[in-house]
Design a binder for this molecule. Structure first.
Ligand SMILES: O=C(CCc1ccccc1NC(=O)c1cccc(C(F)(F)F)c1)NO
Ligand SMILES: [Zn+2]
Length: 403
Protein backbone atom coordinates (compact mmCIF):
# COMPACT_ATOMS: atom_id res chain seq x y z
CA UNK A 1 0.00 0.00 0.00
CA UNK A 2 1.61 3.25 -1.12
CA UNK A 3 0.45 5.13 1.95
CA UNK A 4 2.35 3.26 4.62
CA UNK A 5 0.51 4.17 7.80
CA UNK A 6 3.75 4.73 9.66
CA UNK A 7 5.28 7.12 7.22
CA UNK A 8 4.16 10.72 7.67
CA UNK A 9 3.34 12.50 4.47
CA UNK A 10 6.53 13.10 2.45
CA UNK A 11 6.79 16.81 3.24
CA UNK A 12 5.40 16.60 6.70
CA UNK A 13 7.99 17.80 9.17
CA UNK A 14 6.78 16.60 12.54
CA UNK A 15 6.94 19.29 15.17
CA UNK A 16 9.54 18.41 17.78
CA UNK A 17 9.28 18.97 21.50
CA UNK A 18 12.28 19.04 23.82
CA UNK A 19 11.91 16.15 26.19
CA UNK A 20 12.58 16.28 29.92
CA UNK A 21 16.39 16.39 29.69
CA UNK A 22 16.27 19.03 27.01
CA UNK A 23 17.19 17.13 23.89
CA UNK A 24 14.87 17.45 20.94
CA UNK A 25 13.66 14.93 18.43
CA UNK A 26 14.62 11.30 18.43
CA UNK A 27 12.33 8.60 17.12
CA UNK A 28 9.64 8.73 19.71
CA UNK A 29 9.13 12.35 20.71
CA UNK A 30 7.85 13.79 17.44
CA UNK A 31 4.93 15.41 19.20
CA UNK A 32 3.89 18.90 20.11
CA UNK A 33 1.65 19.93 22.98
CA UNK A 34 0.87 18.03 26.11
CA UNK A 35 -0.70 14.88 24.70
CA UNK A 36 1.13 11.69 25.63
CA UNK A 37 1.73 9.25 22.77
CA UNK A 38 -1.40 7.93 21.03
CA UNK A 39 -3.69 9.72 23.49
CA UNK A 40 -6.05 10.70 20.72
CA UNK A 41 -9.00 8.37 20.13
CA UNK A 42 -10.48 8.52 16.61
CA UNK A 43 -13.84 6.78 16.30
CA UNK A 44 -14.12 4.89 13.01
CA UNK A 45 -14.85 1.54 11.34
CA UNK A 46 -16.01 0.36 7.91
CA UNK A 47 -19.57 -0.20 9.18
CA UNK A 48 -19.57 3.20 10.88
CA UNK A 49 -18.43 4.99 7.69
CA UNK A 50 -20.93 3.25 5.41
CA UNK A 51 -23.79 4.04 7.82
CA UNK A 52 -22.75 7.69 8.22
CA UNK A 53 -22.21 8.05 4.46
CA UNK A 54 -25.99 7.65 4.17
CA UNK A 55 -26.74 10.86 6.08
CA UNK A 56 -28.86 12.56 3.43
CA UNK A 57 -27.54 16.11 3.38
CA UNK A 58 -23.87 15.10 3.44
CA UNK A 59 -23.60 12.04 1.17
CA UNK A 60 -20.29 10.13 1.55
CA UNK A 61 -18.83 12.97 3.64
CA UNK A 62 -17.82 10.50 6.37
CA UNK A 63 -15.75 8.37 3.97
CA UNK A 64 -14.29 11.34 2.09
CA UNK A 65 -13.11 12.92 5.35
CA UNK A 66 -11.69 9.64 6.64
CA UNK A 67 -9.88 8.97 3.36
CA UNK A 68 -8.08 12.33 3.50
CA UNK A 69 -7.09 11.81 7.15
CA UNK A 70 -5.76 8.35 6.20
CA UNK A 71 -3.97 9.65 3.08
CA UNK A 72 -2.03 12.09 5.25
CA UNK A 73 -0.90 9.20 7.46
CA UNK A 74 -2.67 10.56 10.53
CA UNK A 75 -4.27 7.26 11.59
CA UNK A 76 -0.92 6.03 12.95
CA UNK A 77 -0.91 9.02 15.34
CA UNK A 78 -4.20 8.04 16.93
CA UNK A 79 -5.97 5.06 18.48
CA UNK A 80 -8.70 4.08 16.02
CA UNK A 81 -11.70 2.74 17.94
CA UNK A 82 -14.73 1.07 16.32
CA UNK A 83 -18.09 2.30 17.69
CA UNK A 84 -21.40 0.50 18.12
CA UNK A 85 -24.72 2.15 17.24
CA UNK A 86 -26.40 3.81 20.23
CA UNK A 87 -29.15 1.59 21.68
CA UNK A 88 -32.76 2.72 22.08
CA UNK A 89 -32.15 2.90 25.85
CA UNK A 90 -29.00 5.05 25.47
CA UNK A 91 -30.80 7.39 23.05
CA UNK A 92 -33.67 7.78 25.55
CA UNK A 93 -31.31 9.07 28.23
CA UNK A 94 -32.13 12.37 26.50
CA UNK A 95 -34.90 11.87 23.97
CA UNK A 96 -38.50 10.97 24.81
CA UNK A 97 -39.46 7.37 24.08
CA UNK A 98 -42.58 8.58 22.21
CA UNK A 99 -40.41 10.57 19.78
CA UNK A 100 -37.85 7.81 19.22
CA UNK A 101 -40.55 5.13 18.80
CA UNK A 102 -42.24 7.36 16.22
CA UNK A 103 -38.92 7.93 14.42
CA UNK A 104 -38.28 4.19 14.27
CA UNK A 105 -41.83 3.47 13.06
CA UNK A 106 -41.70 6.07 10.28
CA UNK A 107 -38.26 5.00 9.07
CA UNK A 108 -39.63 1.50 8.56
CA UNK A 109 -42.69 2.75 6.68
CA UNK A 110 -42.32 3.29 2.93
CA UNK A 111 -45.80 4.79 2.49
CA UNK A 112 -45.28 8.31 1.05
CA UNK A 113 -48.33 9.48 3.03
CA UNK A 114 -46.94 8.23 6.33
CA UNK A 115 -46.51 11.70 7.84
CA UNK A 116 -49.53 11.74 10.12
CA UNK A 117 -50.30 14.27 12.85
CA UNK A 118 -48.03 12.45 15.30
CA UNK A 119 -45.15 12.71 12.83
CA UNK A 120 -45.64 16.47 12.54
CA UNK A 121 -45.73 16.73 16.35
CA UNK A 122 -42.24 15.21 16.43
CA UNK A 123 -40.86 17.46 13.69
CA UNK A 124 -40.83 14.58 11.19
CA UNK A 125 -42.01 15.39 7.72
CA UNK A 126 -40.84 17.18 4.62
CA UNK A 127 -38.14 19.30 6.27
CA UNK A 128 -36.86 16.41 8.42
CA UNK A 129 -37.83 13.32 6.43
CA UNK A 130 -37.83 9.96 8.22
CA UNK A 131 -36.61 8.02 5.21
CA UNK A 132 -35.35 4.45 5.27
CA UNK A 133 -31.97 4.37 7.03
CA UNK A 134 -32.33 7.70 8.85
CA UNK A 135 -32.73 6.03 12.26
CA UNK A 136 -29.77 3.72 11.57
CA UNK A 137 -27.35 6.44 10.47
CA UNK A 138 -28.40 8.73 13.35
CA UNK A 139 -27.96 5.94 15.92
CA UNK A 140 -24.52 5.07 14.52
CA UNK A 141 -23.43 8.72 14.64
CA UNK A 142 -24.69 8.91 18.23
CA UNK A 143 -22.91 5.65 19.09
CA UNK A 144 -19.70 7.19 17.78
CA UNK A 145 -20.03 10.17 20.10
CA UNK A 146 -20.87 7.93 23.08
CA UNK A 147 -17.85 5.71 22.34
CA UNK A 148 -15.63 8.80 22.15
CA UNK A 149 -17.01 10.19 25.43
CA UNK A 150 -16.57 6.81 27.16
CA UNK A 151 -12.86 6.78 26.26
CA UNK A 152 -12.45 10.23 27.83
CA UNK A 153 -14.33 9.19 30.98
CA UNK A 154 -12.20 6.02 31.33
CA UNK A 155 -9.03 8.14 31.01
CA UNK A 156 -7.88 6.18 27.94
CA UNK A 157 -7.30 9.41 26.04
CA UNK A 158 -7.23 13.19 26.47
CA UNK A 159 -8.84 13.96 23.10
CA UNK A 160 -11.56 11.94 21.32
CA UNK A 161 -12.87 12.64 17.81
CA UNK A 162 -16.14 11.75 16.03
CA UNK A 163 -16.36 13.66 12.74
CA UNK A 164 -19.75 12.04 12.04
CA UNK A 165 -21.27 13.55 15.19
CA UNK A 166 -22.36 17.11 16.05
CA UNK A 167 -26.11 17.05 15.29
CA UNK A 168 -26.88 20.06 17.47
CA UNK A 169 -30.49 20.95 16.49
CA UNK A 170 -32.24 17.76 17.65
CA UNK A 171 -34.60 18.36 20.61
CA UNK A 172 -35.74 16.00 23.37
CA UNK A 173 -38.95 15.23 21.52
CA UNK A 174 -38.43 16.51 18.01
CA UNK A 175 -36.19 16.45 14.97
CA UNK A 176 -34.98 19.82 13.62
CA UNK A 177 -32.60 21.08 10.93
CA UNK A 178 -31.92 17.56 9.65
CA UNK A 179 -30.84 16.53 13.16
CA UNK A 180 -32.72 13.52 14.56
CA UNK A 181 -30.72 12.28 17.55
CA UNK A 182 -28.72 14.82 19.57
CA UNK A 183 -25.46 12.90 19.98
CA UNK A 184 -23.89 15.96 21.60
CA UNK A 185 -26.32 15.96 24.53
CA UNK A 186 -25.77 12.21 24.97
CA UNK A 187 -21.99 12.74 24.97
CA UNK A 188 -22.21 15.57 27.52
CA UNK A 189 -24.45 13.44 29.80
CA UNK A 190 -21.80 10.69 29.58
CA UNK A 191 -19.01 13.15 30.50
CA UNK A 192 -21.11 14.43 33.42
CA UNK A 193 -20.89 10.97 35.04
CA UNK A 194 -17.28 11.90 35.82
CA UNK A 195 -16.86 15.66 35.42
CA UNK A 196 -18.74 18.23 37.52
CA UNK A 197 -18.47 21.13 35.06
CA UNK A 198 -18.62 20.42 31.32
CA UNK A 199 -18.27 23.17 28.70
CA UNK A 200 -19.94 22.97 25.29
CA UNK A 201 -18.51 25.12 22.46
CA UNK A 202 -20.25 25.37 19.05
CA UNK A 203 -18.43 26.96 16.08
CA UNK A 204 -20.91 25.79 13.42
CA UNK A 205 -22.51 28.53 11.27
CA UNK A 206 -25.84 27.85 13.03
CA UNK A 207 -26.89 28.32 16.66
CA UNK A 208 -26.52 25.14 18.71
CA UNK A 209 -30.10 25.42 19.98
CA UNK A 210 -30.76 21.75 20.79
CA UNK A 211 -27.77 21.53 23.14
CA UNK A 212 -28.53 24.93 24.67
CA UNK A 213 -32.15 23.91 25.34
CA UNK A 214 -31.03 20.69 27.03
CA UNK A 215 -28.79 22.47 29.53
CA UNK A 216 -30.21 26.03 29.80
CA UNK A 217 -31.46 25.44 33.37
CA UNK A 218 -28.30 23.97 34.90
CA UNK A 219 -25.02 25.52 36.05
CA UNK A 220 -23.18 22.21 35.50
CA UNK A 221 -23.02 22.58 31.71
CA UNK A 222 -22.15 25.90 30.10
CA UNK A 223 -23.02 26.22 26.41
CA UNK A 224 -21.21 28.78 24.22
CA UNK A 225 -22.35 29.15 20.61
CA UNK A 226 -20.78 31.35 17.91
CA UNK A 227 -23.15 31.66 14.94
CA UNK A 228 -24.74 33.81 12.29
CA UNK A 229 -27.70 35.63 13.80
CA UNK A 230 -29.94 37.57 11.43
CA UNK A 231 -33.64 37.93 10.68
CA UNK A 232 -35.03 34.78 9.07
CA UNK A 233 -31.80 32.81 9.37
CA UNK A 234 -32.25 29.32 10.85
CA UNK A 235 -32.93 28.55 13.69
CA UNK A 236 -33.57 32.20 14.67
CA UNK A 237 -32.47 31.76 18.31
CA UNK A 238 -29.15 32.55 19.99
CA UNK A 239 -29.27 36.27 20.62
CA UNK A 240 -26.96 38.00 23.13
CA UNK A 241 -29.86 38.28 25.58
CA UNK A 242 -30.33 34.49 25.61
CA UNK A 243 -28.33 33.68 28.78
CA UNK A 244 -30.05 30.73 30.50
CA UNK A 245 -32.81 30.34 33.11
CA UNK A 246 -33.17 29.46 36.79
CA UNK A 247 -30.02 27.78 38.13
CA UNK A 248 -28.63 28.03 34.61
CA UNK A 249 -28.94 31.82 34.43
CA UNK A 250 -25.63 33.10 33.05
CA UNK A 251 -24.49 29.62 31.92
CA UNK A 252 -25.79 30.05 28.38
CA UNK A 253 -23.55 32.23 26.20
CA UNK A 254 -24.53 33.32 22.70
CA UNK A 255 -22.24 35.14 20.28
CA UNK A 256 -24.38 36.47 17.41
CA UNK A 257 -22.37 37.41 14.32
CA UNK A 258 -23.25 38.98 10.98
CA UNK A 259 -22.87 37.98 7.34
CA UNK A 260 -19.43 37.52 5.84
CA UNK A 261 -17.53 36.85 9.08
CA UNK A 262 -13.84 36.22 8.28
CA UNK A 263 -11.05 34.47 10.20
CA UNK A 264 -9.66 37.55 11.93
CA UNK A 265 -12.94 38.69 13.51
CA UNK A 266 -14.12 35.15 14.26
CA UNK A 267 -10.97 34.14 16.13
CA UNK A 268 -10.69 37.54 17.89
CA UNK A 269 -14.21 37.13 19.33
CA UNK A 270 -13.62 33.44 20.10
CA UNK A 271 -10.43 34.11 22.06
CA UNK A 272 -11.83 37.07 24.03
CA UNK A 273 -15.02 35.20 25.00
CA UNK A 274 -13.25 31.93 25.85
CA UNK A 275 -10.65 33.72 28.01
CA UNK A 276 -13.51 34.89 30.25
CA UNK A 277 -15.32 31.52 30.12
CA UNK A 278 -12.16 29.76 31.31
CA UNK A 279 -11.78 32.08 34.31
CA UNK A 280 -15.46 32.15 35.30
CA UNK A 281 -16.50 28.54 34.60
CA UNK A 282 -13.17 26.66 34.78
CA UNK A 283 -14.47 23.54 32.97
CA UNK A 284 -13.21 20.02 33.77
CA UNK A 285 -14.05 18.76 30.26
CA UNK A 286 -14.89 20.40 26.92
CA UNK A 287 -17.05 19.33 23.96
CA UNK A 288 -16.51 21.27 20.72
CA UNK A 289 -18.89 21.01 17.73
CA UNK A 290 -16.72 21.92 14.72
CA UNK A 291 -19.40 22.47 12.06
CA UNK A 292 -17.71 23.63 8.84
CA UNK A 293 -20.63 25.32 7.07
CA UNK A 294 -19.13 28.72 7.91
CA UNK A 295 -16.27 28.12 5.48
CA UNK A 296 -15.81 30.11 2.29
CA UNK A 297 -17.29 28.11 -0.58
CA UNK A 298 -20.00 26.43 1.50
CA UNK A 299 -23.41 26.44 -0.25
CA UNK A 300 -24.73 28.16 2.90
CA UNK A 301 -22.77 31.16 1.54
CA UNK A 302 -22.97 33.05 4.87
CA UNK A 303 -19.63 33.33 6.64
CA UNK A 304 -16.29 33.62 4.86
CA UNK A 305 -14.00 31.61 7.11
CA UNK A 306 -11.05 29.39 6.26
CA UNK A 307 -9.86 26.32 8.15
CA UNK A 308 -7.19 28.49 9.82
CA UNK A 309 -9.58 30.13 12.29
CA UNK A 310 -11.51 26.94 13.07
CA UNK A 311 -8.23 25.07 13.65
CA UNK A 312 -6.94 27.94 15.81
CA UNK A 313 -10.10 27.67 17.96
CA UNK A 314 -9.41 23.97 18.54
CA UNK A 315 -5.71 24.66 19.27
CA UNK A 316 -6.87 27.25 21.82
CA UNK A 317 -9.04 24.63 23.58
CA UNK A 318 -6.24 22.01 23.38
CA UNK A 319 -3.97 24.41 25.29
CA UNK A 320 -6.29 24.15 28.29
CA UNK A 321 -5.17 20.52 28.67
CA UNK A 322 -8.55 19.26 29.84
CA UNK A 323 -10.34 16.27 28.27
CA UNK A 324 -11.66 17.38 24.86
CA UNK A 325 -14.38 15.79 22.70
CA UNK A 326 -14.32 16.98 19.07
CA UNK A 327 -17.39 16.52 16.85
CA UNK A 328 -18.40 17.44 13.32
CA UNK A 329 -21.72 19.05 12.33
CA UNK A 330 -22.68 21.14 9.32
CA UNK A 331 -20.44 21.38 6.28
CA UNK A 332 -21.99 21.08 2.84
CA UNK A 333 -19.01 21.77 0.62
CA UNK A 334 -17.77 18.29 1.25
CA UNK A 335 -14.11 18.58 0.08
CA UNK A 336 -13.68 21.80 2.12
CA UNK A 337 -15.24 20.11 5.14
CA UNK A 338 -12.81 17.20 4.74
CA UNK A 339 -9.93 19.73 4.45
CA UNK A 340 -11.11 21.43 7.65
CA UNK A 341 -11.46 18.32 9.80
CA UNK A 342 -8.17 16.89 8.47
CA UNK A 343 -6.45 20.16 9.36
CA UNK A 344 -7.96 19.99 12.88
CA UNK A 345 -6.92 16.33 13.23
CA UNK A 346 -3.34 17.35 12.34
CA UNK A 347 -3.43 20.07 15.02
CA UNK A 348 -4.70 17.59 17.63
CA UNK A 349 -1.99 15.04 16.76
CA UNK A 350 0.75 17.69 16.54
CA UNK A 351 1.52 16.86 12.92
CA UNK A 352 2.58 19.34 10.23
CA UNK A 353 1.03 18.48 6.89
CA UNK A 354 2.13 19.30 3.37
CA UNK A 355 -0.41 21.56 1.67
CA UNK A 356 -0.34 19.26 -1.38
CA UNK A 357 -3.32 16.93 -1.18
CA UNK A 358 -1.83 13.40 -1.31
CA UNK A 359 -2.85 11.03 -4.09
CA UNK A 360 -5.78 8.93 -2.83
CA UNK A 361 -9.17 7.60 -3.82
CA UNK A 362 -10.96 10.98 -3.79
CA UNK A 363 -8.01 13.10 -5.06
CA UNK A 364 -10.02 14.52 -7.97
CA UNK A 365 -12.50 16.22 -5.60
CA UNK A 366 -9.77 18.67 -4.53
CA UNK A 367 -9.15 20.24 -7.89
CA UNK A 368 -8.25 22.57 -9.44
CA UNK A 369 -5.70 23.57 -6.73
CA UNK A 370 -5.31 20.23 -4.96
CA UNK A 371 -4.32 22.30 -1.92
CA UNK A 372 -5.21 21.51 1.70
CA UNK A 373 -5.75 25.21 2.44
CA UNK A 374 -8.73 27.23 1.18
CA UNK A 375 -8.89 30.94 0.41
CA UNK A 376 -11.56 33.33 1.67
CA UNK A 377 -14.04 34.69 -0.87
CA UNK A 378 -14.05 38.43 -1.57
CA UNK A 379 -17.32 39.17 0.22
CA UNK A 380 -17.15 41.90 2.87
CA UNK A 381 -17.10 41.08 6.56
CA UNK A 382 -20.14 43.04 7.82
CA UNK A 383 -19.09 42.60 11.46
CA UNK A 384 -18.05 46.14 12.27
CA UNK A 385 -15.45 46.78 15.03
CA UNK A 386 -18.22 48.32 17.12
CA UNK A 387 -20.43 45.22 16.73
CA UNK A 388 -17.54 43.00 17.80
CA UNK A 389 -16.68 45.28 20.70
CA UNK A 390 -20.33 45.45 21.86
CA UNK A 391 -20.78 41.65 21.72
CA UNK A 392 -17.62 41.06 23.79
CA UNK A 393 -18.54 43.79 26.28
CA UNK A 394 -22.07 42.46 26.76
CA UNK A 395 -20.86 38.87 27.24
CA UNK A 396 -18.15 39.81 29.73
CA UNK A 397 -20.75 41.81 31.66
CA UNK A 398 -23.11 38.80 31.67
CA UNK A 399 -20.32 36.50 32.84
CA UNK A 400 -19.00 38.98 35.41
CA UNK A 401 -21.98 38.24 37.67
CA UNK A 402 -21.36 34.49 37.56
CA UNK A 403 -20.56 33.30 41.04
O1 LIG B 1 -26.31 23.02 9.12
C1 LIG B 1 -27.22 23.07 9.92
C2 LIG B 1 -28.69 22.99 9.57
C3 LIG B 1 -28.96 23.29 8.15
C4 LIG B 1 -30.42 23.53 7.87
C5 LIG B 1 -31.32 23.84 8.85
C6 LIG B 1 -32.64 24.14 8.54
C7 LIG B 1 -33.04 24.11 7.24
C8 LIG B 1 -32.15 23.75 6.23
C9 LIG B 1 -30.85 23.43 6.59
N1 LIG B 1 -29.94 22.95 5.70
C10 LIG B 1 -29.92 23.25 4.41
O2 LIG B 1 -30.63 24.10 3.92
C11 LIG B 1 -28.95 22.54 3.61
C12 LIG B 1 -28.41 21.34 4.03
C13 LIG B 1 -27.52 20.69 3.18
C14 LIG B 1 -27.16 21.22 1.97
C15 LIG B 1 -27.71 22.44 1.62
C16 LIG B 1 -27.32 23.04 0.34
F1 LIG B 1 -28.34 23.02 -0.46
F2 LIG B 1 -26.98 24.31 0.61
F3 LIG B 1 -26.28 22.38 -0.17
C17 LIG B 1 -28.60 23.11 2.39
N2 LIG B 1 -27.01 23.21 11.23
O3 LIG B 1 -25.75 23.29 11.70
ZN1 LIG C 1 -24.81 24.48 10.43
Amino acid sequence: EENDQNVLHKDASPVYQTDVNGDTGGSNTIRKGLLPEKKVVYVCSADFLSECDRIAKVPFRASITHALIEAYGLLSRMSVVPPKPATFEEICHFHSTDYIECLQRLCQDDDPDKYDEEAEEFGLGYDCPADEGVYDSASWAAGGTLTAAEHLVSGQCSVAINWAGGWHHAKRDSAAGFCYINDIVLGILKLRTKYDRVLYVDIDLHHGDGVEDAFCATSKVMTVSFHKYSPGFFPGTGNLSDTGIGKGAGYTVNVPLNEGCQDENFYRVFEKVMDIVKIKFDPEAVVCQCGADGLAGDPMDSFNLTTLSLAKCVQYLLNWSVPLLLLGGGGYHIPNTARCWTHITSVVTGTKLSSDIPEHRYFTLYGPDYDLMISPGNRADTNTPSHIKNVIAQISENLENLQ
